[in-house]
Ligand binder design. Structure first.
Ligand code: AKG
Ligand code: FE2
Length: 219
Protein backbone atom coordinates (compact mmCIF):
# COMPACT_ATOMS: atom_id res chain seq x y z
CA UNK A 1 0.00 0.00 0.00
CA UNK A 2 2.87 2.37 -0.49
CA UNK A 3 1.78 3.76 -3.85
CA UNK A 4 -0.71 6.48 -3.18
CA UNK A 5 -1.62 8.74 -6.02
CA UNK A 6 -2.84 11.50 -3.72
CA UNK A 7 -1.69 12.14 -0.17
CA UNK A 8 -4.27 10.96 2.28
CA UNK A 9 -5.46 13.67 4.62
CA UNK A 10 -6.35 13.93 8.27
CA UNK A 11 -10.06 13.25 8.61
CA UNK A 12 -12.53 13.82 11.43
CA UNK A 13 -14.66 10.71 11.11
CA UNK A 14 -17.04 11.63 13.94
CA UNK A 15 -16.98 14.16 16.76
CA UNK A 16 -13.83 13.18 18.71
CA UNK A 17 -12.70 10.51 16.21
CA UNK A 18 -9.73 11.50 14.06
CA UNK A 19 -7.76 9.57 11.42
CA UNK A 20 -4.20 10.76 10.82
CA UNK A 21 -2.73 8.84 7.85
CA UNK A 22 0.99 7.99 7.78
CA UNK A 23 1.58 9.42 11.23
CA UNK A 24 4.33 6.99 12.24
CA UNK A 25 7.49 7.34 10.16
CA UNK A 26 9.09 4.07 9.00
CA UNK A 27 11.76 3.98 11.74
CA UNK A 28 9.14 4.34 14.47
CA UNK A 29 7.05 1.60 12.86
CA UNK A 30 10.09 -0.67 12.97
CA UNK A 31 10.82 0.19 16.59
CA UNK A 32 7.21 -0.57 17.55
CA UNK A 33 7.29 -3.88 15.67
CA UNK A 34 10.47 -4.78 17.60
CA UNK A 35 8.84 -3.82 20.91
CA UNK A 36 5.74 -5.89 20.08
CA UNK A 37 7.89 -8.90 19.18
CA UNK A 38 9.61 -8.61 22.55
CA UNK A 39 6.26 -8.40 24.40
CA UNK A 40 5.00 -11.41 22.46
CA UNK A 41 7.99 -13.44 23.76
CA UNK A 42 6.86 -12.96 27.33
CA UNK A 43 6.18 -12.89 30.18
CA UNK A 44 2.77 -13.53 28.59
CA UNK A 45 2.54 -15.00 25.07
CA UNK A 46 0.28 -13.83 22.23
CA UNK A 47 -2.97 -15.71 22.56
CA UNK A 48 -6.41 -15.99 20.99
CA UNK A 49 -8.64 -14.49 23.67
CA UNK A 50 -11.49 -16.83 24.60
CA UNK A 51 -14.87 -15.16 24.95
CA UNK A 52 -17.35 -16.08 27.69
CA UNK A 53 -19.43 -18.08 25.19
CA UNK A 54 -16.40 -20.33 24.56
CA UNK A 55 -15.44 -19.00 21.13
CA UNK A 56 -11.88 -17.82 20.51
CA UNK A 57 -11.17 -14.50 18.85
CA UNK A 58 -9.39 -14.81 15.48
CA UNK A 59 -6.99 -12.02 16.48
CA UNK A 60 -4.02 -12.85 18.72
CA UNK A 61 -3.36 -10.41 21.54
CA UNK A 62 -0.77 -9.60 24.18
CA UNK A 63 -1.24 -6.85 26.76
CA UNK A 64 1.19 -4.44 28.41
CA UNK A 65 0.65 -2.63 31.71
CA UNK A 66 -2.72 -4.20 32.46
CA UNK A 67 -4.01 -7.47 31.04
CA UNK A 68 -7.43 -7.39 29.41
CA UNK A 69 -9.66 -10.40 29.35
CA UNK A 70 -13.38 -10.33 28.63
CA UNK A 71 -14.44 -8.20 30.39
CA UNK A 72 -12.00 -6.86 32.95
CA UNK A 73 -8.43 -5.73 33.55
CA UNK A 74 -5.95 -7.37 35.90
CA UNK A 75 -2.20 -7.20 36.48
CA UNK A 76 -1.81 -10.90 35.84
CA UNK A 77 -2.86 -12.82 32.74
CA UNK A 78 -5.23 -15.14 34.58
CA UNK A 79 -6.72 -16.59 31.38
CA UNK A 80 -3.29 -17.30 29.83
CA UNK A 81 -0.37 -18.31 32.07
CA UNK A 82 -1.01 -16.34 35.24
CA UNK A 83 2.12 -14.22 34.78
CA UNK A 84 2.22 -10.52 35.53
CA UNK A 85 2.16 -8.57 32.28
CA UNK A 86 5.11 -6.44 31.14
CA UNK A 87 5.35 -2.97 32.66
CA UNK A 88 4.00 -0.10 30.59
CA UNK A 89 7.11 1.79 29.45
CA UNK A 90 7.51 5.54 29.79
CA UNK A 91 8.31 5.96 26.10
CA UNK A 92 4.86 4.57 25.26
CA UNK A 93 3.23 7.24 27.45
CA UNK A 94 5.19 9.80 25.42
CA UNK A 95 4.05 8.26 22.15
CA UNK A 96 0.44 8.41 23.36
CA UNK A 97 0.78 12.11 24.19
CA UNK A 98 2.30 12.85 20.80
CA UNK A 99 -0.52 10.93 19.16
CA UNK A 100 -3.20 12.92 20.99
CA UNK A 101 -1.48 16.17 20.07
CA UNK A 102 -1.41 15.09 16.41
CA UNK A 103 -5.10 14.22 16.46
CA UNK A 104 -6.55 17.01 18.60
CA UNK A 105 -3.80 19.61 18.83
CA UNK A 106 -1.38 20.25 21.66
CA UNK A 107 -3.16 21.17 24.88
CA UNK A 108 -3.75 20.07 28.46
CA UNK A 109 -5.56 16.92 27.35
CA UNK A 110 -2.62 15.61 25.33
CA UNK A 111 -0.02 16.69 27.89
CA UNK A 112 -1.89 15.02 30.74
CA UNK A 113 -2.68 11.83 28.85
CA UNK A 114 -1.24 8.89 30.80
CA UNK A 115 -2.10 5.61 29.08
CA UNK A 116 -1.32 2.63 31.30
CA UNK A 117 -2.39 -0.29 29.13
CA UNK A 118 -1.63 -1.33 25.56
CA UNK A 119 -3.44 -4.10 23.72
CA UNK A 120 -1.23 -5.44 20.96
CA UNK A 121 -3.37 -7.21 18.36
CA UNK A 122 -1.95 -9.31 15.56
CA UNK A 123 -4.20 -10.11 12.60
CA UNK A 124 -3.43 -12.69 9.93
CA UNK A 125 -5.27 -12.16 6.66
CA UNK A 126 -8.30 -14.13 7.87
CA UNK A 127 -8.61 -12.41 11.26
CA UNK A 128 -11.45 -10.03 12.07
CA UNK A 129 -12.75 -8.15 15.06
CA UNK A 130 -16.48 -7.81 15.62
CA UNK A 131 -18.17 -4.54 16.49
CA UNK A 132 -17.63 -3.72 20.17
CA UNK A 133 -17.12 -0.85 22.60
CA UNK A 134 -13.93 -0.35 24.63
CA UNK A 135 -15.71 0.11 27.92
CA UNK A 136 -13.83 -1.60 30.72
CA UNK A 137 -11.82 1.56 31.38
CA UNK A 138 -12.86 3.84 34.22
CA UNK A 139 -11.07 6.82 32.68
CA UNK A 140 -12.89 8.79 29.96
CA UNK A 141 -9.54 9.53 28.23
CA UNK A 142 -9.30 8.77 24.50
CA UNK A 143 -8.13 5.52 22.92
CA UNK A 144 -5.07 5.85 20.66
CA UNK A 145 -4.81 3.23 17.90
CA UNK A 146 -1.70 2.62 15.78
CA UNK A 147 -1.63 0.31 12.77
CA UNK A 148 1.38 -1.33 11.11
CA UNK A 149 1.63 -3.84 8.26
CA UNK A 150 -1.31 -4.97 6.17
CA UNK A 151 -4.09 -2.45 5.70
CA UNK A 152 -7.59 -3.15 6.99
CA UNK A 153 -11.11 -1.88 6.85
CA UNK A 154 -11.80 -0.26 10.23
CA UNK A 155 -15.50 0.23 10.85
CA UNK A 156 -16.27 3.15 13.13
CA UNK A 157 -19.87 3.28 14.25
CA UNK A 158 -22.12 5.04 16.71
CA UNK A 159 -22.48 4.86 20.47
CA UNK A 160 -26.00 3.35 20.46
CA UNK A 161 -25.62 -0.01 18.70
CA UNK A 162 -23.45 -2.20 16.45
CA UNK A 163 -25.26 -1.21 13.29
CA UNK A 164 -25.53 1.82 11.07
CA UNK A 165 -24.65 4.59 10.87
CA UNK A 166 -20.97 3.71 10.59
CA UNK A 167 -18.02 4.83 8.50
CA UNK A 168 -15.52 2.43 6.93
CA UNK A 169 -11.98 3.79 7.07
CA UNK A 170 -8.98 2.11 5.47
CA UNK A 171 -6.19 1.99 8.06
CA UNK A 172 -2.75 1.48 6.52
CA UNK A 173 0.71 0.98 7.90
CA UNK A 174 1.71 3.97 10.01
CA UNK A 175 -1.82 5.34 10.43
CA UNK A 176 -3.08 6.79 13.69
CA UNK A 177 -6.71 6.74 14.76
CA UNK A 178 -7.87 8.40 17.97
CA UNK A 179 -11.34 8.20 19.48
CA UNK A 180 -12.37 10.17 22.51
CA UNK A 181 -14.91 12.67 23.77
CA UNK A 182 -18.37 12.00 22.32
CA UNK A 183 -16.89 9.08 20.29
CA UNK A 184 -15.13 7.38 23.20
CA UNK A 185 -17.78 4.67 23.52
CA UNK A 186 -18.55 4.28 19.83
CA UNK A 187 -18.83 0.73 18.52
CA UNK A 188 -15.95 -0.22 16.22
CA UNK A 189 -14.47 -3.31 14.58
CA UNK A 190 -12.31 -4.71 11.82
CA UNK A 191 -14.41 -6.53 9.21
CA UNK A 192 -11.53 -7.17 6.80
CA UNK A 193 -7.74 -7.27 6.51
CA UNK A 194 -6.39 -6.50 3.05
CA UNK A 195 -3.97 -9.40 2.57
CA UNK A 196 -0.47 -8.67 1.35
CA UNK A 197 -0.91 -4.94 1.43
CA UNK A 198 1.70 -4.73 4.19
CA UNK A 199 4.89 -2.90 4.88
CA UNK A 200 8.05 -5.05 4.66
CA UNK A 201 10.13 -1.97 5.55
CA UNK A 202 8.49 -2.00 9.00
CA UNK A 203 9.76 -5.55 9.51
CA UNK A 204 6.25 -6.93 9.09
CA UNK A 205 6.06 -8.62 5.68
CA UNK A 206 2.61 -10.02 6.32
CA UNK A 207 -0.24 -9.57 8.76
CA UNK A 208 -1.45 -6.52 10.60
CA UNK A 209 -0.33 -5.19 13.93
CA UNK A 210 -2.59 -2.87 15.88
CA UNK A 211 -1.67 -1.27 19.18
CA UNK A 212 -4.32 0.51 21.22
CA UNK A 213 -3.32 2.67 24.16
CA UNK A 214 -5.83 3.39 26.90
CA UNK A 215 -6.04 4.87 30.36
CA UNK A 216 -7.65 2.26 32.59
CA UNK A 217 -8.26 4.60 35.53
CA UNK A 218 -7.24 1.65 37.74
CA UNK A 219 -4.41 1.54 40.27
O1 AKG B 1 -7.41 -3.50 15.32
C1 AKG B 1 -8.00 -2.44 15.43
O2 AKG B 1 -7.85 -1.51 14.63
C2 AKG B 1 -8.99 -2.24 16.56
C3 AKG B 1 -8.64 -2.98 17.81
C4 AKG B 1 -9.66 -2.79 18.87
O3 AKG B 1 -10.70 -2.25 18.65
C5 AKG B 1 -9.40 -3.26 20.24
O4 AKG B 1 -8.36 -3.87 20.52
O5 AKG B 1 -10.27 -3.03 21.11
FE1 FE2 C 1 -11.73 -1.77 20.49
Amino acid sequence: MSGTLFPRERAVVADGAVHVPDWLPPERRRALVDACRAWARGPVPLRHTVLPGGGAMSVRTVCVGWHWQPYRYSRTADDVNGARVADFPGWLVGLGREALAAAYGDGPESRGYTPDTALVNFYDSAARMGMHQDRQERSPAPVVSLSIGDACVFRFGNTANRGRPYTDVELRSGDLFVFGGPSRLAYHGVPKVLAESGDPSAGLPRGRLNITLRETGLR
